[in-house]
Ligand binder design. Structure first.
Ligand code: SF4
Length: 369
């Protein structure tokens, strides 16, 4: 693994790719904006200082890729309501603990006595339910296809009367479609997420060049992977030949992980879901299929319509999530909103665009001087 990593961080390869990118960018002449839709990409792009290597007319912007940043405050409100009214034990990933809801975070609810437990995976949550039949355990399941396939596997096999799932899962390709349909963001290429693509493959992106005449590169996370994807996108743009280029072939197969796809198709139905600050996006998420309604917390318990709000005053996470605003343009960035005191969801996780900017921003400015 060490050798593989070194190969994709090789200084000479990086230099040569940067040179090729500069040549392509020069030929294109106009400004090119590339959007990625992956929190890991934002983290690794900033950590490796990739933006500083790019020519002035090539910009990389972050779309809605951080799994916890996209979770609507109203979804957290509902989970808190369920715990309060049905005496549930809430289990979820650590990153969800400090994401703000309309009123409080799960962490704050835990401090006032709610039974909220951090787990590493849904299997841990199932195990809590199995070993504690006296508890009624809810797993708050968030994330894109990389996590929803694991949730799907449990949906298909778990059969415990004291276990249910609240699904807040999102889907990447429909989100890409909705981003392309917006006329308030301008960009010319998509860097598609490598890890989601190991699950779904490259076929689900094919509508993008076909319907939108728009280029896609499926990219990995090492500096060479990211630069290779940028080069691939620039070539597609210059030659006006959009396609889905698989630039992460060592892990991504066109057909993806067939068993995982089958499990997701069985366990879930594609549904309209809420995205933080962006309202309900049609057919952009996964709800548990009717066949498994017995473990769907939304069906097992009836949840009243809750009044809530997705954004705190002045927080611009909605615009951050679609690449319209940069963290530094938010009036609260590194003032009222900091990693140790997040006001918005994008400042919580190490994959959140604001958190990444806060963590590496000043270091990179110093480094680039
Ligand atoms: S800096 Fe904080 S308040 Fe501003 S957009 Fe980011 S998360 Fe929201």
């Amino acid at each position: 693994m060490k050798n593989v990593t070194q190969k994709y961080r090789n200084k000479e390869t990086v230099k040569s790719l940067v040179e090729k990118i500069r040549e392509e960018a020069k030929k294109i002449e106009k400004k090119v904006t590339i959007m990625h839709v992956c929190g890991t990409h934002e983290h690794d792009i900033v950590k490796a200082g990739i933006r500083a290597l790019l020519p002035k007319n090539v910009e990389l912007i972050a779309g809605p890729g951080c799994p916890t940043c996209c979770v609507s405050a109203l979804d957290i409100d509902e989970v808190l309501w369920l715990a309060d009214h049905h005496n549930l034990t809430i289990t979820t990933f650590g990153d969800m603990m400090r994401v703000p809801s309309s009123n409080e975070s799960l962490y704050q609810a835990q401090a006032r006595g709610m039974d909220v437990r951090v787990v590493y995976s849904i299997a841990d949550a199932v195990n809590i339910a199995r070993t504690h039949p006296d508890l009624d355990v809810l797993f708050f399941s968030v994330g894109f296809e990389t996590t929803s396939c694991i949730t799907a596997a449990e949906v298909l096999r778990v059969d415990l009367p004291n276990f249910s799932i609240y699904s807040s899962h999102k889907l990447v390709p429909p989100a890409m479609r909705l981003l392309l349909q917006r006329d308030d963001i301008e960009f010319q290429g998509f860097l598609a997420p490598g890890h989601v693509s190991t699950i779904i493959g490259t076929y689900p992106y094919e509508f993008i060049p076909r319907e939108f005449h728009f280029p896609v590169s499926v990219g990995g996370f090492e500096p060479v992977d990211i630069l290779l994807s940028i080069y691939s996108l620039l070539k597609q743009i210059r030659t006006d030949s959009p396609t889905v280029s698989n630039d992460y072939k060592r892990y991504v197969k066109p057909e993806g992980n067939v068993a995982a796809i089958k499990a997701m198709e069985k366990a879930f139905v594609v549904s309209d879901v809420r995205w933080r600050g962006l309202g309900t996006w049609p057919l952009s998420g996964s709800e548990i299929s009717e066949d498994y309604a017995h473990i769907d917390a939304k069906k097992r318990f009836s949840i009243p319509k809750l009044e809530g709000k997705d954004l705190r005053s002045k927080c611009r996470c909605d615009e951050i999530l679609i690449g319209k605003t940069k963290p530094q343009e938010c009036p609260l960035f590194m003032k009222a909103c900091r990693p140790d005191h997040p006001v918005g969801a994008c400042m919580v996780s190490h994959e959140g665009t604001c958190n990444v900017a806060a963590t590496y921003g000043s270091f990179l400015e110093e480094f680039q001087e």
